[in-house]
Design a protein around this ligand. Structure first.
Ligand SMILES: [Zn+2]
Length: 343
């Protein structure tokens, strides 16, 4: 379960900041996106607060337009500045000046903090006192010079969408359901009879799988239009719905990202029941989302149980029942196509 700690790469440090750091406001996501943008265009590795102000405020204003809740506290001087800009009561110049002054007060100090201490890698150094900015480190350049790491940008955006939705809906207090919509390939929630589109199911589920198929560890893509685009697979096959004996098979607990070969290839899973080792992996994935303060945590708990023991019982119970419907002499297990998670 401790798979981030056992995999100390730049990528895992970055991802732990984006996925695990606790958030009281969404500034961290805006800062992450701004740093990535500016580090690729800037000649110098010094990025001044003035330079940061443009992308930083742009991202926050954009998000405020779709979700007005961008923190655990509803007010906040800087967010109000952005709101004023959005409603044409403030000029762009004024917005940038106010952003440089108010926007970075806490986020620069807090950016690298995960579980109450700094991660060992630093993606920038605080030089506000001497140079009125931050200095981007080799680590950041190295991380984003790799092509495969472009998906980290989408991941930050997806995480942001989940966090703001969790705040907006007060997910931790109101019990709501989050389910996969087959047709749209999106996670959907329902509250007060309103259907709300949360985020692409793929982006949300990838946090644990990190670009690998849950079953064979083969590489999968999350970008629409690519040949190896991941399938969103129902671990307990969809067709079990017809039995009326399975609860909420579209729930996040039962969804995994799979490569196309595993899901529907010649030796693919189709409607077969995965081998018991794979059930264990699904359980580990669910536990990971729950222990990592993922916004879907409460949803999972609500769907399958409040402690690990009841959640494993739930899965075992589904498995027992599924064996009764799907011929258990044909358990499915794929050929491995990559290294295990964290390997
Ligand atoms: Zn696969």
């Amino acid at each position: 379960m401790d798979f981030f700690a056992s995999d100390p790469t730049l990528e895992s440090y970055w991802r732990s900041i984006i996925l695990f750091g606790r958030n009281s406001a969404s500034y961290k996501f805006a800062l992450a996106k701004s740093l990535i943008e500016l580090s690729s265009e800037n000649d110098s590795d010094l990025i001044t607060l003035e330079q940061l102000a443009e992308p930083f405020s742009r991202h926050l204003c954009e998000h405020l337009r779709s979700v007005d809740t961008q923190g655990t506290r509803s007010s906040g001087k800087f967010l109000n500045v952005c709101r004023e800009f959005n409603s044409d009561r403030l000029s762009k110049d004024e917005l940038l000046a106010q952003t440089a002054k108010l926007g970075f007060v806490n986020v620069i100090d807090a950016f690298h903090v995960v579980n109450n201490s700094d991660v060992p890698a630093r993606f920038f150094v605080d030089e506000r006192r001497v140079n009125k900015g931050v200095r981007v480190t080799e680590a950041l350049y190295e991380l984003f010079s790799k092509d495969g790491n472009k998906s980290l940008i989408d991941e930050a955006e997806s995480r942001w969408r989940l966090v703001e939705t969790a705040w907006e809906l007060n997910i931790s207090r109101n019990l709501i359901s989050v389910e996969h919509d087959d047709e749209a390939g999106r996670l959907i929630t329902q509250t007060n009879n309103k259907r709300i589109d949360i985020t692409s199911s793929r982006d949300a589920l990838n946090g644990y799988q990190r670009g690998k198929c849950l079953y064979c560890f083969g590489a999968i893509s999350l970008s629409a239009g690519t040949d190896d685009l991941a399938d969103v697979d129902h671990f307990f096959p969809h067709m079990l719905k017809h039995t009326g004996e399975f609860h909420n098979l579209d729930g996040v607990w039962n969804l995994a990202l799979a490569c196309q070969s595993c899901n529907r290839g010649e030796d693919g899973k189709h409607a077969r029941l995965p081998a018991v080792a794979l059930l264990k992996r699904l359980h580990q994935r669910n536990e990971y989302l729950i222990t990592s303060h993922h916004p879907l945590r409460e949803t999972l708990i609500r769907q399958i149980g409040s402690d690990e023991q009841s959640r494993s019982r739930f899965l075992q119970d589904c498995y027992d029942r599924a064996c009764g419907y799907l011929n258990p002499s044909t358990f499915w297990e794929p050929e491995l196509r990559g290294e295990p998670f964290g390997g």
